[in-house]
Write a protein that binds this ligand. Structure first.
Ligand code: THU
Length: 152
C-alpha cells in the first residue's frame, strides 16, 4: 500500500510531538518513506553540549538504516516553535541534505515541506542540493585511478 504525501505530512506532524528541545524550543518532525512503503518517523533530539544534537531527518534516516533499509522515496519535514502548531516551512539543514545524498537518488528523492496539515509542497533532492558530493563521486574517482594505473 502506498503512502500519500498528505499522510506522510501527518506522520511528520505526529513525530514532532516526540522532539526533545530544551535549548532551542524549536521542534521538528520527519517521516521517511522507504521504496517498500514503510515509514520511519524522527524528531530532533538536543543536547546540553549543543553539538551532539540530532535533527529530525537524521533520526529518521538512522533508525531506518539500522533496520536494514537502504532505498527511500520521500521524506516529509515540519518544524516550528515548541508547543505550537506549524505555520511556516522548515527546510532540511545542510547536514541532513548530505545524509539524504548518501542513500537517495537526487533526481527521484522527494522532500515534502508543510506549513500546515493540508498545505504542503514537494521538491527534489537535486533542487535543494545541487552540484553535490556523493558515493558516486568516490566511485568515479576510483575507476579513473584504476584506468590510469592500467594505462601506465
Ligand atoms: N533542526 C532539525 O531537526 N532539522 C533541520 O533540518 C533543521 C534544524 C533542529 C535542530 C535543532 O534541534 C533545532 O531544529 C533548532 O535548530
Amino acid at each position: 500500500m502506498s503512502v500519500s504525501d498528505e499522510e506522510l505530512v501527518h506522520l511528520a506532524i505526529e513525530a514532532r510531538d516526540h522532539a526533545y528541545v530544551p535549548y532551542s524550543h524549536f521542534s521538528v518532525g520527519a517521516a521517511l518513506l522507504t521504496s517498500g512503503g514503510t515509514v520511519y518517523q524522527g524528531c530532533n533530539i538536543e543536547n546540553a553540549a549543543y553539538t551532539p544534537s540530532n535533527c529530525a531527518e537524521r533520526t529518521a534516516f538512522f533508525k531506518a538504516v539500522y533496520e536494514g533499509e537502504r532505498s527511500f522515496s520521500a521524506i516529509a519535514v515540519v518544524g516550528g516553535a515548541e508547543g505550537q502548531a506549524i505555520s511556516d516551512w522548515c527546510a532540511p539543514c545542510g547536514v541532513c541534505r548530505q545524509v539524504m545524498r548518501e542513500f537517495c537518488d537526487p533526481d527521484h528523492f522527494c522532500i515534502i515541506l508543510a506549513r500546515s496539515e493540508h498545505e504542503y509542497r514537494s521538491t527534489l533532492l537535486r533542487e535543494i542540493l545541487p552540484e553535490s558530493f556523493g558515493p558516486d563521486t568516490l566511485e568515479r574517482a576510483e575507476t579513473t585511478t584504476t584506468h590510469s594505473g592500467e594505462e601506465g
